[in-house]
Design a protein around this ligand. Structure first.
Ligand SMILES: Cc1cc2nc3c(=O)[nH]c(=O)nc-3n(C[C@H](O)[C@H](O)[C@H](O)COP(=O)(O)OP(=O)(O)OC[C@H]3O[C@@H](n4cnc5c(N)ncnc54)[C@H](O)[C@@H]3O)c2cc1C
Length: 355
């Protein structure tokens, strides 16, 4: 990995080899993009504002705030719930993750619950990270070594390529190519020097999502493990502890997602009010009777999934050496994010190092 000390010219030349690349974002799209470039011998630095890689493929520990005490060992997938693997390129990768113990099929019973309470099966092949959703990203990050805890605030054209600065104005180096791999509303300001790309990113629309994490000391009634919920403040509920490799200490962990419409309407609400409303909806839907959770927490995703994506693999301007990738470009899901990252890497590789 390059950390800013590569000898040669940031823009690249016959003497220096391929140009240095900055990837902003260590979610699945940024990691996939960086890994491909590094595999071809390009010097790449990945920045992420978070503490760990993975982005919205996230796992929350119960002691991270908001819950009752005494349950520090609990973990919840509070972002992405599972992923599909249809494209052969992503399938190959998922098989590799499975072989390495970082992912496994989730064979839980998934259903659809209609407005009238009617239940329909929703079969399909679904995978999850093991022991949590961050595991595949952690595996990818081994070869990519992202710099965590760095929020890139500015991408500006300098004499020697793209200059990156953090929010305190500190210089993060110069790069010949920049890949912006963050949710579209966060990509717009980082693409400001390429107004056409910034305008394209601004066209994508991402919905917020409130995610409630609940632990119940005893098993609950529902005989399904996950449900898409129609016409409710909830859009998805899942028995997180039914996923492979999870341990709820004899009880059950559940994740409840507010629907995009409900979440957007309540995005500024107090977490306690959100917990109360969404657990009440869950209680009614799943017929919980007297069962009480002994841990409750909520997480607000301001940008969860694209409700309007671009349906193009990625954005790239070869004149400027600036591009963007992510689920909002392609597919709107984990698989799409991975493929979008590969597509941007391929555009950058095709653009090539000057000779
Ligand atoms: C609640 C929820 C439920 C979901 N359910 C599913 C599901 O069931 N199945 C599915 O396939 N997908 C699901 N998704 C979507 C899935 O998580 C995403 O499609 C995928 O993880 C997106 O990856 P990404 O790399 O495009 O973006 P992200 O994972 O968002 O990664 C972007 C990264 O950029 C970093 N970043 C942002 N701005 C900056 C900056 N200025 N400087 C440095 N770093 C920055 C962030 O910290 C983050 O790590 C869900 C998402 C959410 C939130």
């Amino acid at each position: 990995m390059s950390d800013g000390t590569v000898i040669g010219f940031p823009g690249g030349s016959a003497r220096s080899g391929p140009p240095r690349v900055a990837v902003i974002g260590a979610g699945l799209s940024g990691l996939a993009c960086a890994e491909r470039l590094i595999g071809r011998g390009w010097p790449v630095t990945v920045f992420d504002k978070g503490r760990a890689p993975g982005g919205r493929m996230a796992t929350r520990r119960a002691d991270a705030g908001g819950g009752a005490g005494g349950d520090a060992g609990l973990r919840f997938d509070h972002g992405a719930q599972y992923f599909t693997a249809r494209d052969p390129r992503f399938r190959d990768r998922v098989e590799d993750w499975v072989a390495q113990g970082a992912a496994a099929p989730w064979t839980g019973r998934i259903v659809r619950i209609g407005k009238d309470g009617g239940i329909e099966e929703s079969p399909g092949e679904r995978f999850v990270g093991t022991p949590g959703m961050t595991a595949p990203a952690r595996l990818l990050a081994r070869s990519v070594a992202p710099r965590s805890g760095v929020r890139v605030a500015e991408v500006v054209q300098g004499d020697d390529g793209w200059r990156l600065r953090d929010e305190a104005g500190r210089d993060l180096g110069s790069y010949g190519r920049v890949a912006v791999a963050v949710p579209s509303p966060q990509a717009v300001p980082l693409l400001a020097e390429a107004p056409d790309l910034a305008a394209a990113a601004a066209d994508a629309v991402m919905a917020g999502c409130w995610s409630v994490m609940a632990r119940f000391p005893r098993p609950l009634g529902p005989d399904y493990d996950g449900a898409f919920v129609m016409e409710s403040p909830l859009s998805w509920i899942a028995r997180d502890s039914s996923k492979p490799g999870r341990d709820a200490g004899g009880g059950e962990t559940w994740v409840l997602h507010g629907s995009p419409e409900w979440s957007q309407r309540h995005i500024e609400d107090d977490p306690a009010a959100v917990i109360a409303r969404l657990t009440a909806a869950f209680r009614e839907l799943a017929g919980l009777g007297a069962a009480e959770a002994d841990h409750l927490a909520a997480h607000r995703w301001r940008f969860s999934i694209p409700v309007r994506g671009l349906e193009q693999e990625c954005l790239y301007d070869p004149e400027r050496g600036l591009g963007a990738c992510g689920d909002w470009c392609l597919g709107g899901r984990v698989e799409g994010a991975f493929l979008s990252g590969l597509a941007l890497a391929d555009r950058i590789l095709a653009d090539g190092a000057p000779v």
